[in-house]
Design a protein around this ligand. Structure first.
Ligand code: SF4
Length: 338
């Protein structure tokens, strides 16, 4: 993604809402705290970014790619084009997620519904995540868009009310009848730090937030970044600039507190928020850093029962029910969980 486009989203937030853009765990960008109704001028500014090519299919264009596999972008582009050209797929639930990855298995840990995976020998396979496991069938690269969109249409034809994802279908659903049960081995999430064998850096965004300071620091390094589903950016050439990027507030090493701590938007930027969980996270991060405490687990703070952004393997704490102060969060992050 061009930093110029990120800048334009940030400018919308700075003028009409929160002075940051927020990266979600689906590698989407959110501009928060816009007035309701959103001013026409703000809508026009967002549309002018060029990131919304299909008014009818905007909520269905949820395609995640392994951030390290830029060679698979043509498959993503072809899938996006086929998706947008299929009218019935406009009604795919917003939670439905496509993944394009390769033999490394990067991003297979994410909550995708349908995936296409390029194998080491150049062949490919389609994967579907069912309620009790993963199913597959061979699929050549050139057929991936057609097969994935065909399966998505099949899901729409079979699903009943409140079935938002393929995993919501029953285990005996016809959907899986032409697929074979398989097992997968997802790669570890990409952690902040240099990318082996390249000059790139995974730079974590504390709380998933990108503000003007961070954007200016990135501009000194590159004009393009790739968004990841781990609240981070792949920064080409970034490995030689870790000091400057760290100084700008980005997380550049796996042992840093922001590689283990996250929060939903919460109050005051989300109307449902019962607590300022981002403020609580910042305070607890300062406490952990000041005391040099060893990090023991990943913690995600949420400010209401919707639990936005929670991922598998994290300790999710609701504030103010589970945790009320920075000491409690710091204890949860380190060995002293109460
Ligand atoms: S979990 Fe609740 S408070 Fe937090 S962002 Fe989601 S809706 Fe808002």
């Amino acid at each position: 993604m061009a930093l110029d486009a990120l800048d334009r989203f940030l400018a919308v937030g700075e003028r009409w809402g929160a002075p940051f853009v927020q990266l979600t765990t689906r590698a989407n960008l959110q501009v928060r705290a816009l007035p309701d109704p959103v001013p026409d001028e703000a809508v026009a500014a967002v549309m002018a970014t060029g990131w919304f090519p299909s008014a009818s299919h905007e909520r269905a264009r949820n395609i995640l790619r392994d951030p390290l596999a830029s060679h698979l972008q043509p498959v993503v582009d072809a899938l996006d084009e086929t998706l947008c050209a299929t009218p019935e797929l406009a009604s795919l639930p917003g939670r439905f997620l496509f993944l394009v990855t390769d033999a490394s298995g990067v991003a297979l840990d994410q909550p995708w519904d349908l995936a296409w995976r390029r194998m080491a020998d150049g062949s490919g396979q389609v994967l579907a995540r069912g309620p009790q496991g993963v199913f597959c069938r061979p699929c050549a690269p050139v057929r991936a868009p057609e097969v994935l969109t065909g399966l998505a249409a099949r899901f729409l034809g079979i699903r009943v009310e409140r079935q938002w994802n393929v995993r919501d279908l029953g285990p005996d659903s016809d959907f899986f009848s032409e697929l074979t049960a398989t097992t997968i081995s997802p790669a570890e999430p990409l952690r902040p730090g240099p990318v082996a064998g390249s000059d790139a850096l995974i730079a974590g965004l504390p709380l998933g937030l990108l503000d003007r300071t961070a954007l200016d620091a990135l501009r000194a390094v590159t004009d393009q970044v790739t968004l990841t589903p781990w609240r981070s950016l792949l920064v080409p050439g970034g490995a030689a600039h870790t000091e400057a990027l760290t100084a700008a507030g980005l997380s550049t090493a796996p042992a840093q507190v922001w590689s283990h701590l996250s929060a939903c938007t919460g109050a005051p930027w989300c109307a449902n928020g019962q607590a300022d969980v981002m403020g609580l996270a910042r305070e607890s991060a300062r406490l952990v850093q000041r005391e040099g405490r060893a990090l023991a687990r990943n913690v995600h703070l949420v400010a209401c029962e919707r639990r936005c952004g929670a991922q598998d393997g994290e300790l999710v704490l609701l504030s103010p029910t589970d945790v009320t102060d920075a000491v409690g969060v710091a204890d949860a992050l380190t060995e002293g969980h109460r």
